[in-house]
Design a protein around this ligand. Structure first.
Ligand code: DGL
Length: 286
């Protein structure tokens, strides 16, 4: 029998599952690869059903559970819900139903409160996230003395899903969201959706040095590291880094393009069909 120290040094080679409504979670995957280069990663983009920000709570919860179960069936040892919207609506339920540790993402209200000198910060996130109980309680807990200018980022997830990250139309849309924040005195902007870090060059171009951008992807990667350590799930440092496996519920063309241009990742994308229980129910009643 190997000793427990020997077992720890062998590490756990099972993959970490990551999922988002679409391509946004690739910004989290990028940070995880840098922080945890020895971990094998499986990423599911539910692009067929994006954006989640326009869906109802039941739909988002069913998709989160179905994709989480699918990743568990592929052998995932932990799950990163790399979607603020799915975290806000369904992480509590997912934690109750899935047998592996789950890490969610939340808008960086706490870091924004630490960074803002004017005590005024903008938040760009989906409507579902901004209306959620979790978001309200984040502000109460960490930033009761700050004023937040909250703006739903209508149209931005769709633009990133189409790989349109620097077109004049997206620039105009972003400017219409950001300029009122600047006019209100914001000095900090929370990117409260994992799709938005892919727009950061455009945002910096519009706002210049007037806004400090808060993107929580590095913090999520560190949190994943802590959770893996706490559960004895880390891969061995002897494991050679391997490219992540990418899956999409649509044909994956845009995912392949975005992963290549923004992450330098030239890997195939496998199309998968993952049905939620509600979909089966609806069909059997049809
Ligand atoms: N990346 C998702 C998030 O962080 C986008 C949600 C959506 O599809 O609307 O919220």
């Amino acid at each position: 029998m190997p000793s427990s120290a020997g077992a720890a040094s062998n590490g756990n080679p099972a993959p970490v599952g990551i999922f988002d409504s679409g391509l946004g979670g690739l910004s989290v995957l990028r940070a995880i690869r840098t922080q945890l280069p020895h971990e094998a990663l499986l990423y599911v983009a539910d692009s067929l059903h994006a954006p989640y920000g326009l869906r109802d709570n039941e739909f988002i919860t069913e998709r989160t559970l179905a994709i989480g179960e699918w990743l568990v069936a592929q052998g995932a040892k932990a799950l990163v819900v790399a979607c603020n919207t799915a975290t806000a609506e369904s992480i509590a339920l997912a934690r109750g139903q899935l047998s592996i540790p789950i890490i969610g993402v939340e808008p960086g209200i706490n870091p924004a409160a630490s960074l803002s000198k004017s005590r005024i910060a903008g938040v760009l996130a989906t409507q579902v996230t901004l209306r959620s109980e979790r978001f309200r309680s984040l502000i109460e807990r960490y930033a009761a003395d700050c004023h937040f200018v909250c703006q739903p980022g209508h149209g931005l997830v769709e633009a990133v899903e189409r790989c349109e990250i620097d077109t004049p139309e997206v620039r105009a849309l972003l400017a219409s969201y950001i300029e009122p924040m600047l006019a209100a005195g914001a000095d900090t902007l929370v990117l409260g959706c994992t799709h938005y870090p892919f727009l950061d060059a455009l945002i910096r171009d519009i706002a210049g040095p007037r806004l400090t951008l808060v993107d929580t992807s590095v913090a999520i990667a560190r949190q994943l590291e802590r959770v893996l350590d706490a559960n004895g799930l880390r891969a061995s440092e002897d494991t050679l880094p391997s490219p992540p496996k990418l899956y999409s519920t649509d044909d994956g063309t845009h995912m392949r393009r975005l992963a290549s241009s923004l992450l330098g990742l030239d890997v195939p994308v496998e199309q998968v069909s993952i049905e939620a229980r509600g979909a089966e129910r609806d069909r059997s009643h049809a």
